[in-house]
Ligand binder design. Structure first.
Ligand code: AMP
Ligand code: ZN
Length: 386
């Protein structure tokens, strides 16, 4: 049985979905105002492997993912380029698909856009007002964090997480966050024309498509606080239930020691990297580490991944066609699967494949093709004839 690290409890837990045959997952998608960089590649490739693995275990994975297409950064880019925010968002949604398709990331069961969920977001905001978990102050509707029981679902060391929170005027509590901001522009609502808060968007989109309780909620580590913590509190206030069984977060790709980020300027776009390395090499590079380890983006580590990929594809080419599995190959297959069972240790799984490849190339083992076909189907690394 698979074990997965749950951010909520801080330990690896056996994975038991609500339904024995089906897994309901919500993945936070990108804010669409720029091209995807290698950090995004990591987040979506890591999740893709979890999804492929769960599928290989026999689960029907229902994967819902959003595009955050309401954001000041989109408006800003639109103004700069003389386009409408919608045109900017649509362009970068297409670019997202272009990049992720080239990385062999399987498509979600359903993609949603925040802009299409505004009526549902308004309903949620109205309901929270009715229940007394939200209030109006000045030009905004806020969520009353203390009134709803306070944070604590994911953030244990609240002090360090909230150190830079300021008590903004008009808020009842320092951590209260905006559910709806009245700006005079944007979307019509009973509270006044304005824009929704980011956290409510994901609650609306996930609950509408997957129900009140999700099995897995995935995202990069930066989403733990405030985004996911706030989502959890909103959902609990609405339903009285714990929103998510397994909160799973991947670590960052770093560039010169800093989180690669589209706003800071330190980034490597996926399509630029793919001019120098194949998509298989980039995937191998991402999967050479566990999803919970930081990885530094560097030429040296990419070249290492390239050597590994070449070795694997040479061995796979030699093994292709031989469908039988001897005991030795079976042992490797078991090691491969048990690495993934242990919190998706893709780095470990690739080490197993590397060792196997060495033995295949030395002619010491035969009938290993089925393991290489797992590399293709579960790790999503296509084997090119070598
Ligand atoms: P954003 O478009 O910034 O909202 O990011 C979309 C997803 O990519 C989120 O789950 C982020 O956590 C993730 N992400 C952004 N930057 C990085 C990075 N440098 N490393 C890993 N994941 C990232
Ligand atoms: Zn989200």
């Amino acid at each position: 049985m698979m074990r997965i690290f749950n951010t909520r409890t801080g330990v690896k837990e056996f994975f038991i979905p609500q339904d024995p045959f089906e897994v309901k997952v919500y993945v936070c998608g990108p804010t669409v105002y720029d091209l995807c960089h290698v950090g995004h590649a990591r987040t979506y490739v890591n999740f893709d492997v979890l999804k492929r693995y769960l599928t290989s275990l026999g689960y029907n994975v229902i994967h819902v993912q959003n595009f955050t297409d309401i954001d000041e950064k989109i408006d800003h880019r639109a103004k700069k380029e003389g386009l409408s925010p919608r045109e900017v968002a649509e362009r970068f949604i297409m670019e997202y698909f272009f990049d992720m398709d080239s990385l062999n990331v399987t498509r979600a069961t359903r993609y949603t856009k925040a802009s299409e969920y505004v009526p549902k977001i308004i309903k949620i905001t109205e309901r929270l007002l009715e229940l007394g978990y939200a209030y109006r102050s000045g030009d905004a509707i806020y969520f009353d964090v203390e009134g709803a029981g306070g944070f604590g679902e994911l953030v244990r060391d609240l002090k360090s997480a909230i150190v830079d929170e300021v008590r903004a005027s008009g808020k009842r509590g320092p951590f209260d966050f905006v559910l709806w901001r009245i700006t005079g522009e944007g979307f019509e609502s009973p509270f006044g024309r304005g824009v929704p808060g980011w956290h409510t968007e994901c609650v609306a989109m996930s609950m509408d498509n997957l129900g009140e309780v999700l099995d897995i909620h995935w995202g990069g580590k930066d989403l733990i606080y405030p985004h996911h913590e706030c989502e959890a509190l909103i959902a609990k206030a609405l339903t009285g239930k714990r929103f998510v069984k397994y909160w799973v977060h991947n670590e960052f790709v770093l560039l010169k020691g800093q989180k690669m980020s589209k706003s800071s300027g330190e980034r490597a776009y996926i399509r630029d990297v793919l001019k120098r390395y194949s998509a298989e090499v980039l995937r191998t590079w991402i999967l050479s580490s566990n999803y919970r380890e930081k990885i530094e983006f560097s030429e040296e580590s990419l070249r290492k991944a390239q050597l590994l990929y070449e070795k694997i594809s040479r061995a796979a080419t030699k093994a292709r066609g031989n469908e039988g599995m001897g005991q030795c190959a079976k042992d490797y297959a078991e090691l491969f699967m048990s690495a993934l069972d242990d919190d998706l240790e893709t780095g470990q799984a690739l080490s197993v494949v590397e060792e196997l490849s060495d033995r295949v190339l030395e002619g010491k083992i035969e009938g290993a093709w089925r393991i290489f076909s797992l590399v293709e189907s579960v790790l999503g690394i296509k084997i090119r004839p070598h």
